[in-house]
Design a protein around this ligand. Structure first.
Ligand SMILES: [Zn+2]
Length: 483
């Protein structure tokens, strides 16, 4: 598919008009993978000619997001806003060769024309009455520049994912290419850039398919070679409509904040519309993905962004990293939640113990804030939840009384760790005939949650004083219970 003698050059060309969307990140990733697979070049071009909508803050968000994901581009970043002179040169050339012309039709006139064409069920297009007129005498400020489209043939291109795509080129009419000599429009600037940057393969979302014939017509008019095209399937939400805000987070920054790991998101985005040699295998590291990535294996149909799957995958990656690294990654979330205020002594050791207990369950870093809150503060809970099976108030009161007694009597000279606590408390629980009678209320009082690590593990981490406070609180609450 690729000529071995010609170096593969691809590009990602985001507009800095919003945060880095996961769809843009996926397109960037596929370009990156393709370039890496064929040892080619991956260019980053910022399409910032729309002065009103472009913003440096969004450019920063895009660059930060790509860097965080580990999608590195080659060479310097190109800005379209710095290439205006280049576009002007080509616009001048096209005007001089009468391949482009000035059009003075107003928006109202064009809207009216489009309305009539739509009414007659024709494809809207503008065949301009100024196409053969000399522009020198009129006021150019009120005019835009259009491509003089004299083509009548069927325009075909072979898409590397979707096979042959055909268009009737006359359907595009005399389409606009610039608002003025210094304000090129999208399709025009893209053609010039891709040519000058020697782009060999254009890999982009299928929403760009309608732009492709216009760009090919411009390449033909300018005598530029046609790159190869590959249009990626759209990313869909769980309901199979186009992925949008109502499906949840859509920007890379949001996923980063929620505590997804870059390796996991990289892997997840890679299999969003692509499968490797073994399509059963979904967890693939960067090296494997690069080795196996072929455009031929990209699917044609829309790719569903399944957050549940991302959660599962992220959990798998969380379990792959070292406890030390996971602890470091989790600390900012615990700090943000205010859990680490005023905790000083043995903090890191304590946090590491907590993370060790939660690592098996975590799906994203932010989960630690909810699942492990009881290690840092006493949770409130429904007192009836402390009752094991058909247990009554009086029985629970007696059990809490014994627990209080046992725990207070644990000599701090013997070690306060889960093994020792189990050795002391378990025989007492066994004496009740059903050890759940003691272990359940103890665990529930400690965590205030239906699911949590076991009581001895929690007690080891929070310490004797905090455990006694937990029992005391349960005793106070149960006193208020009717029966
Ligand atoms: Zn016109």
């Amino acid at each position: 598919m690729t000529n071995k003698n010609k170096k593969v050059v691809v590009r990602i060309a985001p507009s800095p008009t919003g945060a880095l969307h996961v769809g843009t990140a996926r397109t960037a990733l596929f370009n990156y993978l393709f370039a890496k697979h064929y040892r080619g070049k991956f260019i980053l071009r910022i399409e910032d000619t729309d002065k009103e909508r472009s913003d440096k803050k969004w450019e920063k968000d895009i660059l930060d997001g790509l860097r965080w994901l580990g999608i590195d581009w080659d060479g310097k970043i190109h800005h379209q806003s710095k290439r205006i002179k280049i576009y002007k040169k080509y616009l001048d050339k096209m005007l001089k060769e009468k391949k482009a012309f000035y059009c003075w039709h107003t928006k109202e006139e064009l809207d009216k024309e489009r309305g009539e064409q739509t009414k007659q069920k024709q494809a809207p297009r503008h065949i301009c009455s100024y196409r053969n007129k000399d522009a020198t005498k009129k006021n150019l400020k009120d005019a835009i520049i259009r491509f003089k489209n004299d083509t009548k043939d069927t325009l075909k291109f072979n898409d590397l994912i979707r096979d042959e795509i055909k268009f009737e080129s006359e359907n595009f009419g005399d389409f606009s290419i610039a608002k003025s000599l210094t304000e090129p429009l999208y399709n025009f600037a893209v053609v010039i850039d891709d040519y000058q940057m020697k782009v060999t393969h254009i890999i982009r979302g299928e929403d760009h398919i309608p732009n492709t014939p216009r760009q090919i017509l411009l390449q033909q008019a300018l005598g530029m070679p046609m790159p190869k095209y590959a249009h990626l399937p759209l990313i869909l939400g769980s309901d199979k409509s186009k992925l949008s805000k109502r499906h949840g987070a859509t920007s890379v920054t949001e996923y980063k904040k929620l505590g997804y790991l870059p390796d996991a998101l990289f892997n997840f985005l890679a299999i969003l519309g692509w499968r490797g040699k073994n399509d059963e295998k979904e967890i693939l590291d960067r090296k494997e993905i690069i080795q196996e990535f072929l455009l031929e294996d990209v699917q044609k149909s829309g790719a569903i962004f399944d957050v549940e799957k991302l959660n599962w995958m992220n959990g798998e990656y969380i379990r792959k990293i070292s406890l030390k690294e996971l602890t470091q990654l989790s600390i900012p979330y615990l700090t943000e939640a205010g859990y680490l205020d005023g905790i000083k002594r043995n903090t890191l050791q304590k946090i590491q113990k907590i993370i060790a207990l939660e690592q098996t369950r975590m799906k994203k870093l932010l989960d630690i804030v909810d699942t492990a809150d009881f290690f840092f503060k006493q949770n409130d809970y429904d007192i009836t939840k402390l009752l094991w099976k058909d247990m009554r108030k009086l029985e629970l009161q007696n059990i809490l009384f014994s627990l209080d007694d046992i725990i207070k009597n644990i000599d701090l000279k013997s070690s306060w760790d889960k093994e020792n606590l189990e050795k002391i408390i378990m025989p007492e629980a066994e004496k009740l005939g059903d050890r759940g009678k003691m272990l359940w209320p103890l665990r529930y009082a400690l965590s205030g949650k239906d699911k949590s690590p076991g009581p001895f593990e929690i007690m080891e981490i929070i310490g004797k004083e905090a455990t006694i406070a937990v029992i005391k609180k349960a005793q106070n609450k149960i006193a208020k219970l009717q029966k």
